[in-house]
Design a protein around this ligand. Structure first.
Ligand SMILES: Nc1ncnc2c1ncn2[C@@H]1O[C@H](COP(=O)(O)OP(=O)(O)OP(=O)(O)O)[C@@H](O)[C@H]1O
Length: 249
């Protein structure tokens, strides 16, 4: 296994404010890496630089060894970087199954028409059910997305992201806005994706227990700078991290 994503001295300024400040990291294939840091530390801005929503003022992003710093978001998705947002992104008037099937179709570029191959559609439908099963939503396949609870919508969004079959998943606070009962279910979904060991996950998450449970490595941002990057045990012991973020636990 090698490095799937690397940033070198990645920096973005907004006027006088340096939101991401010379951040150099590496993400290994099939690892789960989390980004933590206080509000305003630069986590979402860093994601925007990786997914192409923002262009850096300085530095580079490499994906599978290729310099993608100047590629637009759609091209990055095609190369294998998929991103979820804090706001759920599903079609409310379609069922869960239809939402995921659309994502599978967009990946396979097969569209329904009367001349098309029925066998191919069957494969697409089976694949859509597989993703729904993986995110524990197969029992809601025929439910309209508009009727789902918030946590279920997040799971549906993750299923749609998985259906795009990107190698790297950028998950931006998948538990944001969830009730206490919903959080363990998302944790279980991410754990299941992790167990398959065929995706790399970069996760922004405020729930520190969840981060410690899931992550192979954790990077800590503080005022746009990389304060620490290492295994959960090292991060927890790091004195700078404790005083800057964890409140000296
Ligand atoms: N487009 C922008 N223009 C100006 N300032 C911005 C812009 N985007 C982000 N910032 C600033 O950059 C800093 C980092 O913001 P960012 O949203 O990345 O932090 P964050 O770590 O994701 O915070 P949170 O945990 O609250 O989501 C903040 O001070 C924010 O106000």
């Amino acid at each position: 296994m090698g490095t799937i994503l690397e940033t070198k001295q990645l920096t973005v300024r907004f006027g006088d404010h340096v939101a991401v400040d010379h951040v150099s990291i590496q993400i290994e294939e099939h690892e789960v890496k989390s980004i933590i840091g206080p509000n305003g530390a630069g986590k979402t801005t860093f994601f925007n630089l990786l997914s192409g929503q923002l262009k850096p003022t300085h530095g580079h992003v490499f994906f599978k060894g290729e310099n993608i710093t100047n590629l637009p978001p759609a091209l990055r998705t095609r190369k294998g970087i998929g991103r979820s947002f804090q706001i759920t992104n599903v079609f409310p008037q379609l069922t869960c199954f239809e939402n995921v099937r659309l994502a599978v179709q967009s990946k396979s570029r097969v569209y329904f028409n009367c001349f098309s191959n029925a066998k191919r559609f069957k494969e697409i439908e089976e694949k859509a059910y597989e993703w729904l099963e993986l995110v524990l939503l197969d029992n809601k396949a025929d439910e309209l997305a508009v009727h789902l609870a918030h946590g279920e919508k997040r799971k549906l969004e993750i299923a749609m992201l998985l259906a795009l079959e990107t190698d790297l998943l950028l998950l931006d606070e998948p538990t944001a806005g969830m009730s206490l009962e919903e959080v363990p279910k998302i944790l279980e979904v991410i754990q299941k994706i992790k167990e398959q060991r065929n995706r790399t996950i970069l996760l922004i998450e405020h729930k520190i227990d969840m981060v410690l449970d899931l992550s192979d490595t954790i990077m800590v941002l503080f005022n746009g700078r990389l304060l620490a990057d290492g295994k959960p045990k090292e991060i927890i012991k790091n004195e700078q991290v404790q005083s800057a973020y964890l409140g000296g636990i």
